[in-house]
Design a protein around this ligand. Structure first.
Ligand code: ATP
Ligand code: MG
Length: 505
């Protein structure tokens, strides 16, 4: 390429380190080498901004060849350049040839790791995931893998196990959302004979079966609360009891947990214990959805086509460029799993000619042209049972708060109808045949007929009217404070306070 000096020095360093190399300086030669000798790595230096470089990088990516770009220091943001070009890795010039060889070695090792684990992808997010797998595999710390459904969480967990010193031991997976609480506990911790109806034999739990190996707790966010407590205890003490058992059992298990809804959200909603969250999240890996790493789609398609045509013994006529573009642009809510399933159906049902856009199912096609994402980020496609429950509880809570608010409003001083009885006779005329005596009692024909009537007399304070009203209400209800409060339209606690205040007790 243009930067011959760097190329020559790097090439010499590679040869010294016993690598087989080809140094080429034209696009055609480079494509020829890529296709013929299937190299492990393509190192680029020179005019990376030019279209020939982009073209070459596209060919490399689609042939699963890793790429290392040596970027000019003047190029501005090298990370941005690397990202835009889809480089697997990059270094800023001037570079030390020895460092180029070291970087190349790491990339080739990563490629071997991909071959071993089946994790396909050249996009920076996938490369970062691979680096994390390499770093996290040797230790026993708990790992939390987060990512939408079908993004490869289980694949990553298996890769980590395969790369760890535990590879010769068991890798055991448990789906925490598939079982009700009691069954899940017996599944995880085992049970003693007769510990519950149907427990005819002693049964070893997954923790015991995974001793020395790795336990993969899938959909850990759906684990019932009581089981969460038990899991936390195992992680802290490394020991547990079988259901119905009394002897503690010690195990050496590495736990990898996965969830397809953000666990932090579940913690905020009160559905997941925060102490367990921190215990699981010692190390974490996030798998981005496929639509955030679209550059991997052609490569994934190519690999799936290769594997599935072999598996089903079928020939596949390929995809038209328009059809390929449609798949690259699609929304892929089911991520890599959905893509793989689609390719499988295409391989099996291949129409005997190239796949055209019209062969692509509507749900995949429409999703790509959707202008606004239909789902709130981080939300799962369906409302799960526990989310419905949360909404229900929120509504109940809201209703209680409204009632409380209404009660408080009612407790504030009521509108009082003041009847001016300064001229008792007039009042008496209204209530025919009655008169109001000095004490405020209503008399008819000289007898107190209604000692429950509370009457305002000139000079009375509001508090006196209130006291009289409370006394009357208590009298009416035979001293039943709850009912008196109801009659008066105030809260019971307010009534208690006022009874004390007015010395009515
Ligand atoms: N990067 C990848 N390269 C190759 N295959 C992949 C990749 N990611 C996922 N797959 C494939 O997609 C399918 C789904 O992957 P996996 O079961 O690991 O997803 P998941 O995140 O556990 O999904 P879920 O949350 O629904 O359980 C599998 O067939 C897996 O092999
Ligand atoms: Mg899974």
């Amino acid at each position: 390429m243009d930067d011959l000096e760097t190329a020559v020095r790097a090439n010499a360093a590679f040869e010294q380190s016993a690598f087989r190399t080809s140094m080429v300086s034209s696009l055609d030669d480079a494509v020829g080498v890529l296709k013929k000798s299937e190299p492990d790595l393509l190192v680029l230096t020179g005019a990376l901004q030019e279209t020939t470089a982009a073209e070459l990088l596209g060919v490399a990516r689609d042939n699963s060849v890793s790429t290392l770009g040596l970027v000019e220091a003047t190029a501005g943001d090298p990370r941005g350049v690397a990202h835009r070009l889809g480089l697997t890795a990059w270094m800023v010039k001037p570079v030390d040839p020895g460092e180029v060889v070291a970087a190349a070695r790491r990339l080739i090792e990563r490629r071997r790791l991909q071959e071993r684990t089946g994790i396909i992808g050249e996009s920076p997010p996938i490369q970062e995931v691979l680096v994390k797998i390499e770093q996290m595999a040797p230790v026993t710390s708990t790992v939390l893998i987060e990512g939408e459904s079908g993004t490869g969480k289980e694949l990553v967990a298996q890769a980590m196990h395969q790369l760890s010193p535990r590879r010769g031991q068991a890798f055991i997976a448990v789906n925490c959302s598939a079982l009700p609480e009691t069954l899940l506990e017996s599944e995880l911790f085992g049970h003693e004979k007769g510990s519950f109806t149907g427990a005819a034999e002693r049964r070893l739990g997954r923790f015991e079966l995974a001793d020395g190996g790795t336990l993969f707790l899938d959909e850990v966010g759906d684990m019932p609360g009581a089981t969460q407590v038990k899991l936390l205890r195992v992680l802290e003490t490394r020991s547990f009891f079988r259901v119905g058992g009394t002897a503690p059992i010690r195990v050496d298990v590495r736990v990898i947990a996965a969830t397809n809804r953000p666990l932090k959200e579940a913690v905020a909603l009160g559905q997941f214990r925060d102490d367990l969250f921190y215990r699981l999240n010692v190390l974490s890996i996030y798998l981005p959805p496929l639509r955030e790493r679209r550059s991997d789609i052609p490569l994934l398609i190519k690999r799936f086509v290769r594997a599935l045509t072999k598996e089903h013994g079928r020939a596949f006529p390929g995809l038209s460029p328009e059809a390929m573009q449609m798949l690259v642009d699609a929304h892929w809510p089911g991520n890599v799993r959905q893509l793989r399933n689609l390719i499988e159906s295409m391989v099996v049902l291949a129409p005997g000619r190239e796949i055209r856009p019209s062969d692509i199912p509507n749900d995949v096609r429409d999703a790509g042209t959707r202008l606004l994402p239909m789902r709130v980020q981080g939300a799962t496609p369906e409302v799960h049972g526990h989310e419905l429950e949360f909404i229900f509880h929120s509504l109940v809570e809201l209703k209680l708060q409204m009632e409380d608010l209404r009660r408080r409003i009612e407790e504030t001083p009521q509108r009082v109808e003041v009847i001016d009885v300064s001229r008792p006779q007039e009042y008496a005329d209204v209530v025919s045949g009655t008169a109001v005596d000095e004490a405020g009692s209503v008399r008819r024909d000289g007898r107190v007929v209604d000692d429950l009537a509370v009457v305002y007399k000139p000079g009375m304070k509001m508090s006196e009217v209130e006291r009289a009203a409370i006394a009357a209400a208590l009298k009416e209800t035979g001293g039943n404070r709850r009912r008196a409060a109801e009659r008066l339209g105030i809260g019971e606690r307010t009534l208690y306070r006022k009874i004390k205040e007015y010395g009515l007790d």
